[in-house]
Design a protein around this ligand. Structure first.
Ligand code: CA
Length: 245
């Protein structure tokens, strides 16, 4: 294995850098022209983009894809965007939601229903403005997570502030990269990361060094967690952190 940056060399803080926090943006939108435009602008910024064109499909995708943000049209076939959001919140899913509204009366409805929307944009919108809003809600969500202090999953606890980790209350020693990898996965429980995403978000560099590096580090972390392993291998996709993985 070749790791271009040994653990002892300080590196830019990739976890706290907003530009590195790319994930999948779920676009729920039945107007093809709008979803095409959003896909183009968001992809250019390094986000993965998944488009659903009906309310029920959008709800299913929000549950299964663990998107970083949902861009949710209000008027949708099958199920209104407001109902999609209401169901997610009722299930305890607090994925950031940005509503895309067509008219001012829709804005009033979205705000009046107190659906826990994170933001809204009114059509016609500038794609650049939407991208800026997406980045902003991701930044806010990340800051909220960091304020929460230690992360716990199963019998594993990591504290991003002191950079210490424990299994069943016994402290374990992780290298800087192993710590960042585990903390990044545990900060987003259930969310599946591709190896390329982990390279870019944890290591902070492009995927050209080869994704095998990720597998090697995951194996090392697992060796240290032992029976308390919380990293799940998602075949053909990547990794996620889950209790009882
Ligand atoms: Ca629509």
């Amino acid at each position: 294995m070749t790791d271009a940056r040994p653990d002892s060399i300080p590196r830019p803080d990739s976890i706290g850098r907003p530009d590195s926090l790319k994930g999948v943006v779920l676009v729920v939108e039945d107007e093809r022209a709008i979803s095409d435009l959003l896909r183009m602008y968001l992809s250019r910024e390094g986000f993965g983009v998944h488009v659903s064109v009906t309310g029920p499909d959008g709800l299913a995708a929000a549950r299964s894809l663990h998107p970083a943000v949902v861009l949710l049209d209000v008027g949708l076939p099958g199920m209104d965007g407001t109902e999609v959001c209401r169901q997610l919140r009722a299930e305890g899913n607090w994925v950031p939601v940005i509503f895309c509204t067509a008219r001012d009366d829709e804005v009033d409805r979205v705000l009046g229903l107190e659906l826990g929307a994170d933001d809204y944009v009114t059509k016609p919108f500038s794609p650049r403005e939407v991208v800026a809003r997406v980045k902003s809600v991701i930044r806010r969500a990340t800051l909220a997570q960091e304020r929460d202090g230690p992360l716990a999953l199963g019998s594993v606890v990591v504290d991003p502030v002191t950079r210490r980790a424990w299994v069943d209350e016994a402290e374990i020693t992780l290298t800087a990269t192993e710590f960042d990898l585990l903390a990044h996965l545990m900060a987003n429980p259930g969310r599946v990361f591709s190896r390329e995403q982990l390279l870019s978000e944890v290591w902070g560099y492009a995927a050209v060094v080869g994704t095998r590096t990720v597998d090697v580090h995951v194996a090392q972390v697992r060796g240290k967690l032992g029976d308390a392993d919380v990293i799940r291998t998602v075949r053909g996709v990547g990794y996620s952190a889950e209790a009882g993985a």
